[in-house]
Write a protein that binds this ligand. Structure first.
Ligand code: ADP
Ligand code: ASP
Ligand code: MG
Length: 448
């Protein structure tokens, strides 16, 4: 059994859905299909929640109608007009969201997640219809009945034990009956039935959770590039596809900006050693990248890829009186824990700590609390560059080559050695792309 997850661009329009259908039809054996919302739809739903917050029900109605029209147009382009229930199913989904947003007495807790998850509920209906149109035994399967999560709305944590039980009772009977379940990425629900989402880009994580629960042979992430590459091809056009990478390398790259994979994807799969394979929906002949526990790649380059994450905030806390005192780090991290802010990169000296976080409205309160401990500076519009490869620490001269490549760039912070497979530094955001290109030239040469 395999899990095949298709991202937003792979379901974006009629030609993408036709390519998806070919990929699913070409696979053999049992398949579970996981789909994202059509490209751009989750962003539009974010706008819908903003309009709803502002009480602009007209704005909400216009956007929801546009959403329905887009799906219906695609259905028409694909010749799915004859499908017995597609149009009414899409319509019903939109009617449910509209009713929720117009609920008298105000919006219930967690309403936002229900709205954000609508895109997947719609796209999965289209996918079922397009697969059925060529006789594939696709059935719609509600991920909210399987992906059990806690109630951290906006970025819920999955309950893997419950997901295992629910996968067996909901999905396995469909597979045993020879059907192809089509379910939604990104969404889940709490034990008491409130809809949740796993956080942006979370459909990859959904696929991995289902793959682990069902003991899949592999989890395939079908997207718009031919695999995990030596850099984001939007920054480095000559970037190359890696045949193989380790879970650790993929996780580091994903955490530091390689959007091709959600940073948590490998977590449920490591223990059972289930490979992740990244494939290109639009180039099914390309083998893609296999992400596994230990790589068997022959030409074992120490640096495998360079990633770049924009929009990062750097905080520095200095407290001279901490020289020789203990407890400084604990007090700082307590502040982040209290405000539930995730710290990405960290560098420390005896009297100061620099760290990076994502922008958040809560940072103001964090800074206020840190000022009790020491002097705080905050710099935004920073970027993290991560040079990743599992042999970096053991290969002499890598650091020197990195420094040489970026001699003209002002490096604001650097972190190395915390993990065997990465060297991370912070630059001003606008210097990121050129720095990535310089590093790419150093480690991978220019275009062939
Ligand atoms: P999907 O909608 O299929 O989930 P995403 O947009 O989330 O796709 O991720 C695919 C994109 O990730 C690619 O189009 C590419 O621009 C970007 N990307 C960033 N870093 C990398 C990398 N190292 N390798 C491949 N793609 C990358
Ligand atoms: N549709 C969701 C998003 O755009 C989840 C995903 O595509 O992975 O964030
Ligand atoms: Mg994605």
């Amino acid at each position: 059994m395999i899990v095949m997850k298709f991202g937003g661009t792979s379901v974006a329009d009629a030609s993408a859905l036709t390519a998806l259908r070919t990929a699913v039809a070409s696979a053999t054996g049992s398949r579970v299909i996981v789909v994202s919302a059509l490209a751009g739809v989750t962003d539009l739903l974010v706008e819908v929640t903003t309009e709803a917050d502002q009480g602009s029900l007209d704005g909400v109605a216009v956007r929801l109608q546009a959403l329905l029209d887009r799906h219906l147009d695609i259905a028409r382009d694909l010749g799915l007009g004859e499908h017995p229930s597609l149009e009414s199913d899409l319509q019903a989904e939109l009617t449910r969201v509209a009713a929720r947003l117009a609920a008298p007495g105000g919006l219930a807790e967690g309403w936002r997640d229900a709205v954000l998850g609508t895109g997947e509920l719609l796209s999965s209906r289209l996918v079922v219809a397009v697969l059925q149109s060529v006789g594939l035994p696709a059935v719609w399967c509600d991920a909210r009945e399987v992906i059990r999560t806690d109630a951290r709305f906006g970025g819920a944590f999955p309950d893997r034990e419950a997901i295992a039980v629910l996968s067996h009772s909901v999905i396995e009977p469909l597979l045993s009956a020879g059907q192809i379940p089509v379910t939604q990425g990104f969404i889940g629900s709490t034990a008491d039935g409130r809809p949740t989402v796993l956080g942006r880009g979370g459909s990859d994580f959904s696929a991995a959770l289902l793959g682990a629960a069902l003991g899949a042979e592999q989890v395939e992430i079908w997207t718009d590039v031919s695999g995990l590459m030596t850099a984001d091809p939007r920054i480095v056009p000559e970037a190359r596809v890696l045949a193989e990478a380790t879970y650790d390398e993929a996780a580091e790259l994903a955490a530091f900006g390689a959007k091709v994979l959600h940073p948590a994807t490998q977590l449920p799969l490591i223990e059972a050693r289930i490979p992740i394979v990244i494939r290109n929906t639009f180039k099914p002949e390309a083998p893609g990248t296999r992400i596994v526990g230990e790589s068997q790649v022959e030409d074992d380059l120490p640096v495998r890829s360079i990633s770049f994450k924009r929009g990062v905030v750097v905080l520095q806390v200095r407290a001279a009186r901490m020289l020789g005192a203990f407890g400084f780090l604990r007090r700082i991290f307590e502040v982040f824990e209290r405000h539930e802010i995730v710290v990405d990169v960290l560098a420390t000296s005896e009297v100061s700590v620099s760290l990076t976080v994502d922008p958040s409205p809560r940072l103001e309160a964090v800074v206020a609390d840190l000022r009790v401990i020491g002097e705080v500076t905050m710099r935004d519009h920073r970027g993290i560059i991560a040079v990743v490869g599992r042999a970096i620490r053991d290969t002499p001269g890598i650091t020197a080559r990195v420094y040489q490549a970026i001699a003209d760039v002002n490096i604001e912070m650097i972190s190395q050695g915390a993990s065997a497979s990465n060297l991370t530094f912070i630059v001003r955001e606008e210097q990121g792309p050129e720095t990535v290109r310089a590093l790419h030239r150093t480690f991978f040469g220019s275009a062939p």
